[in-house]
Design a protein around this ligand. Structure first.
Ligand code: WTA
Length: 650
């Protein structure tokens, strides 16, 4: 494409119509929006028919005790039965469930019939380890098939899992195990990342030195590296799962039975355990998967998200398996062993639907289009984006270079808390604008409001809210109903709106553009990080007196962590390695994803008279801008001191 044409495409008012053939055969049509708006509950009741209910529900929504919702409350179902058994029973047992691709190049293709057997074996093994309905199981795994099997085995038993991202530290793992009271941990010796084994078991051992209550650790052998072993506690997966019976009769659970707890960063230091339950969550994740990606039985779908995040839960495990999809599951990083690895996988498996994050797209843009251009990507028909706002330039590059200019791009806005897609174009319906999540999904009511909760006019900005309950919504924060009410429902209590924590604008056509967080949550490479959590990690270092963290704009990662640190008197200048020491310290406390891009040692922090740190000013510094209005500072000379002190820091 010529430069002139490309710059043409970069104009924000450009729209991309759905391809005519796709629109003609689309799963969801324009009239579905009208139907859903007229009666959202009837719409979701119909969507729920995509699942098998052991006991059909008679009531759709119980909102008698807001904000505690119950969906399909008198219905019963088994989530794992829906995700595996029923496909086998309806003659699709030979259909491929997953094409697994290990980073070193090993592959394994597993059919739904095989997946069912493994899920049953794992469920039986967990029962033998004493797991009962309602018990919590922590999962700390690489991206391998056993992770999916473990999650579905827990679901089958009604034992809520909490999957902890394998990149998190032992401290982060320990606090999650402790908070949800997990009794079993499922892990692996390690996984492959960036061309070498990356151990996981040592972090589990370390975590279990800090918390009590874990009876057993079930260990998958993946890398074959040596691991420390605690007799009586540690059990090899191969020893107990492979020999277990592949027969297991699933029990139906109430629709509101807890399915999983997923921890996510909030505005305070302590991560929140977001609770999702069975029926409503599975309905919305399955239905949106089918609708947003226009999924057809012959599609090959690949979501690159790690199962340690909500995207991996809803769109690599529950939604797609509930719909009987064939998926790719890839263990490693996009540049291992070469920078064309993802495109090679798409070409090899003829992937038709591809779902990834803007940060990945921007990285590929940086690497250059020559790399994807070497591969045959003509199988692709729909592309998805998730995790952060996608800038129009990345959107257009994605559509043109990866999608060959044919594929609609669906920019899906949702959150750990919402469970599934909330605002997104639909590929057969929407004339999509690059950078806009467009309109609420059918049956979802979203709005942009001002501070007082009044809907803003088209062309104006404000706060993003959800105005009616939805099936996949979080039910509470694990063990903390008050925090649940306070965090999401207190801001617009009068109107009864869910406050998402994001700023957004409506354009002149009323389409929604999500602008990013308005609270102290950062979004780094699509991962949610709390400024407070990183500040606490920094302050736990013996040389640090005080710390302030801001998210600064970054070309690749969206935002980057920038830390301003005041050292303790006795630490002097901290020594030559202080910046690196502090970065490593944060990685150890939270995980490598939280490692600050920059640490600036400063003599003071800008504070208001009431002692609140003015992060806005620090953001100006971190983004190399002229510092804004300093008149509300207790001491307005502080910013000069910071800027002088910064010369020479990295
Ligand atoms: C951001 C990930 C703009 C947003 C599914 C939200 C987005 C947070 C988009 C949730 C998008 C996610 N456009 N922003 N398409 N998708 N976000 O819980 O700030 O990890 O509040 O869920 O990511 O992140 P979470």
């Amino acid at each position: 494409m010529s430069d002139e044409k490309l710059s043409n495409l970069l104009q924000e008012n450009r729209t991309f119509e759905p391809p005519a053939d796709l629109a003609a055969q689309a799963n969801v049509r324009a009239e579905d929006y009208e139907r859903a708006t007229a009666d959202p509950e009837a719409f979701w009741a119909e969507a729920a028919q995509k699942l098998h209910w052991g006991t059909p529900f008679t009531q759709v929504l119980d909102w008698s005790d807001p904000p505690f919702a119950k969906w399909f409350a008198d219905g019963k179902l088994n989530v794992a039965y829906n995700c595996v058994d029923r496909h086998v029973l309806t003659g699709n047992g030979d259909k491929v469930a997953f094409h697994f691709v290990g980073e070193p190049g090993d592959t394994r293709t597993i059919t739904y019939a095989e997946l069912k057997d493994e899920v049953c074996q794992a469920a039986n093994a967990l029962v033998d380890l004493g797991v009962k309905t309602g018990d919590r199981v922590a999962i700390y795994m690489p991206m391998i098939l056993e992770t999916v099997v473990a999650m579905l085995a827990c679901a089958r038993l009604g034992a809520p899992h909490t999957v902890v991202f394998g990149g998190f530290s032992s401290d982060a793992l320990a606090s999650r195990i402790d908070d949800c009271g997990a009794e079993i941990v499922i892990t692996a010796d390690g996984g492959y990342r960036r061309g070498k084994p990356s151990a996981l078991k040592p972090a589990v051992d370390e975590a279990l030195g800090k918390v009590s209550g874990v009876r057993n650790v079930l260990v998958v052998r993946r890398t074959g590296e040596d691991v420390d072993w605690t007799e009586g506690r540690d059990v090899w997966w191969d020893d107990v799962v492979a020999g277990a019976s592949p027969e297991h009769t699933p029990q139906d659970f109430d629709a509101e039975h807890p399915l999983y707890v997923m921890y996510t960063s909030g505005t305070t230091g302590k991560p929140k355990g977001i609770l999702h339950t069975s029926g409503g969550y599975l309905v919305q994740s399955a239905y949106t998967f089918w609708a947003t990606f226009d999924h057809k039985p012959e599609d090959v779908y690949w979501c690159t998200a790690d199962v340690g995040w909500v995207t991996g839960h809803s769109y690599a495990v529950y939604g797609p398996t509930a719909m009987g999809a064939t998926q790719v599951l890839y263990e490693g990083t996009p540049d291992s062993p070469h920078k064309g690895r993802w495109w090679e996988i798409i070409a090899e498996h003829k992937v038709t639907i591809f779902y990834t994050a803007p940060t990945a797209i921007r990285t590929f843009m940086k690497w250059g289009r020559e790399i994807p251009d070497e591969y045959d990507l003509s199988s692709l028909r729909i592309l998805g984006s998730v995790g952060e706002p996608i800038n129009p330039e990345a959107y257009v590059w994605y559509r043109e270079v990866i999608g060959g200019g044919r594929t609609p791009v669906v920019d899906t806005w949702w959150q750990t808390e919402t469970g599934a897609h909330m605002i997104t174009p639909l590929p057969g319906v929407t004339a999509a604008k690059p950078g806009s999540a467009m309109v609420a999904f059918p049956g979802i009511s979203a709005d942009v409001v001002d501070d007082r909760g009044q809907s803003v006019a088209d062309g104006e900005g404000g706060l993003l809210v959800i105005t009616k309950p939805w099936p996949g919504m979080l039910r509470t924060i694990w063990g903390d109903d008050e925090r649940f009410k306070d965090t999401y429902w207190s801001r617009f209590a009068e109107q009864g709106y869910y406050f998402a924590g994001d700023g957004a604008k409506k354009d002149d056509d009323g389409h929604i553009w999500v602008l990013g967080r308005v609270d102290d949550v950062m979004n780094v490479s699509g991962h949610r990080l709390s400024t407070t959590e990183i500040e606490s990690a920094l302050v736990s270092h013996p040389k640090v007196a005080e710390a302030a963290v801001v998210g600064a704009t970054d070309d690749t990662t969206g935002q980057a962590v920038c830390a301003f640190v005041i050292l303790r008197e006795e630490a002097g200048d901290g020594g030559v390695d202080i910046v690196e020491d502090l970065r490593t310290h944060v990685a150890k406390e939270i995980g490598a994803i939280a490692k600050p891009r920059q640490v600036m040692i400063v003599p003071e922090l800008p504070k208001t008279r009431s002692g609140k740190i003015m992060r806005r000013l620090l953001r100006d510094v971190a983004e190399n801008r002229q510092v804004g209005d300093v008149t509300t500072l207790a001491d307005s000379s502080v910013m000069d001191l910071i800027q002088q002190g910064m010369s020479g820091t990295k």
